[in-house]
Design a protein around this ligand. Structure first.
Ligand SMILES: C[S@@+](CC[C@H](N)C(=O)[O-])C[C@H]1O[C@@H](n2cnc3c(N)ncnc32)[C@H](O)[C@@H]1O
Length: 235
């Protein structure tokens, strides 16, 4: 069993997700007390896409969010670099289009999607600024970005409770449900190390996105950032 460190070496990150793949979605449901399903619905509505739109679900893992979009008539491409996560996804949903690819070097043409979304993935990418720039490149001018990620609770007592959960409860619960307990030590550490809502908004803007807004869920445990690629500019 292995885990990545906070320098997020791509080989380590890939290996870690390959190992947790089989029980990944079950563990998500357990660790979030089922809230992840509500958070996924909020991301989907932030995306504001319609049937027939072409959407890139980046770092899609087992394709749970992609399946949700495909079921609503969206032409979705699920892209990830963990073959383990994608093969679990393919076995569950053979109809989904999975494409192997690295978020920092996307295997797609410029302006080839109407929108791009990344759920709980950006925090794991070795250079999230490059991934944000790549997402800008592959989305058409005027197209939308939605990033769902763990963030920082805004109310201090809630933040303290959450930090206790991350440090003490999550690793113990993960031990019971996951095939790779050390990976969930990485989960806690990477969440604590991640920019807060304003910090991520600044990173998104720095990559060239505009109209950056965010919405907190569960008091800021999760934040959904959305942005648009400017019209009439090349990425
Ligand atoms: C926590 S999982 C999220 C999976 C899925 N988006 C979801 O909502 O359940 C993070 C995913 O990011 C992927 N990932 C991390 N770095 C990546 C990169 N550079 N390129 C592509 N995928 C990456 C991992 O392989 C993993 O499947």
């Amino acid at each position: 069993m292995s885990r990545a460190s906070l320098d997020k070496d791509p080989t380590e990150v890939k290996g870690m997700f390959d190992e947790v793949a089989e029980r990944y979605d079950l563990t998500n449901d357990i660790l979030t007390f089922g809230q992840v399903r509500i958070w996924r619905a909020a991301s989907r509505s932030a995306l504001g896409v319609s049937p027939g739109d072409r959407v890139l679900d980046l770092a899609a893992g087992t394709g749970t969010s992609s399946a949700d979009l495909a079921d609503r008539g969206i032409d979705v491409v699920a892209c990830d670099f963990s073959t383990g996560m994608m093969s679990v996804g393919k076995s569950r949903r053979p109809d989904l289009a999975f494409v192997a690819g690295d978020a920092t070097r996307l295997p797609f043409a410029d302006a080839s999607f109407d929108a791009v979304t990344i759920s709980y993935g950006l925090r794991n990418v070795v250079d999230h600024g490059s991934a944000l720039a790549e997402m800008l490149r592959v989305v058409r001018p005027g197209g939308r970005l939605v990033v769902s990620e763990f963030s920082t609770p805004t109310w201090a007592p809630w933040r303290a409770t959450y930090n206790f959960f991350l440090g003490q409860v999550l690793p113990r619960v993960a031990k019971l449900s996951s095939s790779n307990n050390p990976a969930y030590g990485y989960l806690s550490e990477s969440i604590k190390d991640w920019p807060d809502q304003e910090g991520l908004a600044a990173d998104i803007r720095a990559a060239g996105w505009r109209n950056v807004q965010h919405r907190n869920l569960a008091g800021g445990i999760v934040a959904i950032h959305r942005a648009r690629r400017p019209e009439g500019e090349s990425a």
